[in-house]
Design a protein around this ligand. Structure first.
Ligand SMILES: [Zn+2]
Length: 160
């Protein structure tokens, strides 16, 4: 397997149904004179998963025979949840997590009332009659939602 394929298949420690490629954090993989340089863009600032992600990349690449691995981070442009691929969004929904909405990042304050965020669809029954129970779910990057139609709670990966 090429270094790129190995790196792309590594999964996110907090969202194991998503590969780094699905998550959109994998920016670049280059191989030169036996050295693999992987460039990733961190997701949520200060997300403790980043250290695990780097370690997982190094381990996966070494196991695949790429012994000289450097993981770099690129902060600009900043990652947003819009970088999550369609396949990644489907994988989240299949695991009961409402994917982030496209173009639903916080709008400037004076536009908030004019541009409400689209309703979140319940990943369990599809109803959009949902509301937020808590800004923070099982991890800092998720919120906890409840569906009024089926009564179930579900996680939502917050837009940034
Ligand atoms: Zn529901």
């Amino acid at each position: 397997m090429s270094a790129r394929d190995v790196a792309a298949a590594v999964t996110d420690p907090e969202l194991p149904m998503l590969t780094l490629e699905d998550l959109g954090v994998l920016r670049d993989v280059t191989e030169h004179d036996g050295r693999v340089v992987v460039t990733i863009t961190p997701t949520y600032t200060g997300c403790p998963a980043m250290a695990t992600m780097r370690a997982d990349l190094e381990v996966a690449l070494r196991r695949a025979g790429h012994l000289d691995v450097v993981v770099r981070t690129s902060l600009s442009p900043a990652w947003t949840t819009d970088w999550i691929t369609e396949r990644g969004r489907r994988a989240l929904a299949e695991h009961g997590i409402a994917p982030p909405r496209h173009d639903a990042r916080p709008a400037p304050v004076d536009l908030v009332l004019l541009a409400p965020r689209p309703a979140l669809a319940c990943p369990l029954c599809g109803s959009d009659d949902t509301r937020e129970l808590s800004r923070f779910g099982t991890t800092a990057c998720r919120s906890l939602q409840v569906c009024r139609a089926c009564g179930e709670t579900f996680d939502h990966l917050k837009e940034i």
